[in-house]
Write a protein that binds this ligand. Structure first.
Ligand code: A2P
Length: 318
């Protein structure tokens, strides 16, 4: 079974990573421990999730107990939206590395094509947007700061997140290091066909967030895991709808990042290497109606934001 995807840098990334968005301090440490004990070797973190210190403590504990070594793990983190540019980007990385208590990261991502003024995060209001320079310039300065992080050996791979084909193409115009990945929403009801085709041409790997449809998140009105086709296949093969969704993602070549803080689900979500979906099952799943779940309306505003509506963020990717 496929356990890793080889990135355009040659590094091998584990296909399942534990998602930590909306994993609250107080429970995220235990989730990380549970994950590693059932075989996860990849944790997906971010400065903005505000839980990296606790994840770092959990990792230190596991290292001390001799459960595994740093080099056995793949750790991703993401640059805060308020830390774009040559001056702030290295500081944000430093904060993440000190919270995670790590000497290097395997992957560092630009979290959003959004730049906020220092100290602002959530929810972004019009006056919080960094308007000191055009967004494209901001993204370029940040990308170049990230290239420097690779040169300095602090991070092994760099990439972006929430970039449309158009915005990613903009980065490719000047990138000395081609982004290794673009982390975006990708699940059976939002396949990202257009973006995935574009990324494949450039050998950029899709990392899929919300691979289970992130039911329970504000604004999500469709429960992916309740879709009849997923239930039907899951009953037929004796797996859960969550496992079918994750397997679908792996089989189309994605890295999948399921989030759970419940140990039994953490385990269930990793138990996807001992079966495969047939061509017919894959085709059945691909009949699901398509709808972007994470529209990012929170970054859209008629005044004072770069984006008036979600279409401005996602461009022509639908
Ligand atoms: P919880 O953390 O309480 O387990 P996504 O990874 O797409 O963002 O989805 C995360 C959501 O799905 C969370 O609400 C999580 O809840 C829930 N979830 C995670 N794993 C499973 C599973 N195996 N079956 C059902 N729901 C799950």
């Amino acid at each position: 079974a496929t356990t890793h995807v080889t990135l355009n840098t040659g590094h091998k990334m584990p296909v399942i990573g534990l998602g930590t968005w909306q994993a609250k301090p107080g429970v995220v440490g235990a989730a990380v421990e549970a994950a590693i004990k059932v075989g996860y070797r990849h944790i997906d973190c971010a400065y903005s999730y505000r839980n990296e210190k606790e994840i770092g403590d959990a990792l230190q504990k596991l290292f001390k107990e001799g459960v595994l070594r740093r080099e056995d793990l793949w750790i991703t983190s993401k640059l805060g939206n308020d830390s774009h540019g040559a001056e702030e980007a290295p500081k944000c990385l430093q904060k993440t590395m000190s919270d995670l208590q790590l000497e290097y990261l395997d992957l560092y991502l630009m979290h959003w094509p959004v730049s906020l003024k220092k100290g602002y995060s959530w929810p972004p209001e019009p006056h919080m947007y960094n308007s000191s320079k055009p967004l494209e310039q901001d993204i370029k300065d940040t990308w170049q700061a990230m290239e420097k992080m690779v040169e300095e050996g602090k991070v092994r791979n760099i990439g972006v997140s929430n970039f449309s084909s158009k915005k990613l193409s903009g980065v490719l115009d000047y990138a000395k290091i081609v982004p290794a990945v673009n982390q975006v929403e990708c699940q059976p009801m939002w396949r990202q066909d257009k973006l995935r085709t574009f990324m494949k041409t450039h050998n950029i790997t899709v990392c899929a967030y919300s691979p289970l449809g992130t039911w329970g998140t504000a604004g999500i009105t469709v429960n992916l895991l309740e879709q009849p086709v997923l239930k039907k296949i899951s009953e037929k093969i004796g797996k859960t709808p969550a496992q079918v969704s994750l397997r679908w993602g792996i089989q189309i070549g994605n890295i999948v990042l399921p989030k759970s803080t419940r140990p039994e689900r953490v385990k269930e979500n990793f138990d996807v290497f001992n079966f495969a979906l047939s061509k017919d099952d894959m085709a059945e799943i691909e009949k699901l109606a398509q709808k972007r779940f994470i529209r990012a309306d929170f970054f859209c505003n008629e005044s004072g934001s770069y984006y008036k509506k979600p279409e401005d963020i996602w461009d022509d990717d639908g």
